[in-house]
Design a protein around this ligand. Structure first.
Ligand SMILES: [Zn+2]
Length: 153
């Protein structure tokens, strides 16, 4: 089903030599630079962002020290994703919008459990950065309530 990761350059500077990658929910494409034309509802699985070593340092600082994400500066043309249309062309499947909420709920749970275990020596810094990016992005997209805010009725 999932065709696998394509080798994409650093989504911040376009350099081919990348260091680290993270996965974000397809809806986060809306936050990316040039993400507008991409039909995020047709994306199958997660979207992969790769960063070169220099930019990974920057992304880590943004996430861990400033509690924010770099997505508005990431170029959507440089991310790895799998569009449903590709499969439809192959399989002639009927067109039906992919329900992204299940995937988003799973990524949210995983991110929360990573942050719950942030002091665990086995928790990797990469995972913490990914968790912060995922959660802050979901909040910005109104999929998730920001921490401390009252729960919407
Ligand atoms: Zn870079």
């Amino acid at each position: 089903m999932y065709a696998g990761l394509k080798n994409t350059p650093c989504c911040l500077c376009g350099r081919d030599d990348t260091h680290t990658r993270i996965a974000v929910p397809p809806r986060a494409i809306r936050l990316l630079k040039n993400g507008g034309p991409i039909s995020w509802r047709d994306v199958v699985g997660t979207v992969t962002l790769r960063f070169c070593a220099d930019d990974w340092d920057l992304v880590s600082d943004l996430a861990i020290e400033m509690d924010t994400h770099p997505l508005s500066r990431c170029n959507a043309a440089h991310v790895s994703l799998d569009l449903r249309e590709d499969h439809e062309a192959l399989l002639s499947a009927t067109k039906e919008e992919t329900d992204q909420t299940e995937l988003e709920a799973r990524l949210e749970r995983e991110a929360e459990s990573t942050l719950d275990a942030v002091d665990d020596p086995y928790t990797e810094a990469r995972d913490v950065v990914e968790a912060i990016v995922v959660l802050r992005a979901l909040e910005e997209l109104d999929v998730r309530d920001p921490p401390g805010d009252p729960v919407a009725p």
